[in-house]
Design a protein around this ligand. Structure first.
Ligand SMILES: [Zn+2]
Length: 230
């Protein structure tokens, strides 16, 4: 904040909370000096959601005590760290073989985000529609965004998926590759244990750990047809 911005802020504060108003010129100058010394690093407002006047207004509405510079500094620190927490370092445009320029650009971007000069870069590179060409090639090579070792670790928590993958590897029929004619579970979805009450309303719709036997028969028939055709 510039000195004249501090003066404007103090005038605004005086209107909302007359106790903080200084009528004596010397006292007013001291107050401006003190606030400027303490809040020199805090911007008055940024284009991305920070305004020190909002902090003052919120304080006056929520606290019976006169606002102190530390109240504003604390709010700014929180605002700034919240933004940094949402920030993912974008890949610098600098030459990756020049570590100094690379690092300087990374830090510069972070500082700009923390200072409220630019919005946080919220990266969704892996899940967006257009992965980087290098990444797409690597994905094709690995076949999945989940590396095989991690996939094996996860299989304990995804029994249905693990069973399908094991079936595919061993050439056994995969029941989930066909629709279940018994419970009408669509292709890829596990069977449901539907229970109905006496009036025909649904009482339960839990996923079954194992598919209905008739679905396995359908999948076996489908697999045999495929092998016969091949
Ligand atoms: Zn079923």
């Amino acid at each position: 904040m510039e000195r004249r911005e501090v003066a404007g802020l103090l005038a605004y504060m005086g209107r909302l909370d007359p106790r903080t108003m200084r009528s004596d010129q010397h006292e007013l100058r001291d107050q401006i000096e003190q606030w400027h010394e303490l809040l020199g690093e805090v911007p008055l407002a940024t284009a991305y959601g920070w305004d020190a006047r909002d902090a003052i207004r919120a304080h006056v509405l929520s606290s019976p005590y006169p606002i102190l510079p530390v109240d504003i500094a604390r709010k700014w620190t929180k605002h700034s760290s919240d933004r940094l927490a949402r920030h993912t370092d974008p890949t610098p445009a600098a030459d990756p073989d020049d570590p100094h320029a690379w690092r300087a650009e990374l830090l510069g971007t972070r500082h700009a985000v923390a200072a409220g000069q630019r919005p946080p870069h919220e990266s969704r590179a892996l899940t967006s529609d257009n992965p980087h060409p290098d990444l797409a090639a690597r994905l094709r090579a690995i076949g999945s965004v989940i590396p095989p070792a991690i996939r094996a670790e996860l299989s304990r928590y995804r029994p249905a998926r693990a069973a399908r993958e094991a079936a595919a590897v061993e050439g056994r029929p995969d029941p989930l590759s066909v629709r279940c004619e018994w419970c009408k579970a669509p292709e890829g979805e596990p069977c449901r244990a539907r229970r109905t009450d006496l009036d025909g309303g649904a009482r339960g719709n839990a996923r079954r750990a194992t598919p209905h036997p008739s679905r396995l028969d359908l999948a076996t028939a489908a697999l045999n047809r495929q092998e016969y055709a091949a």
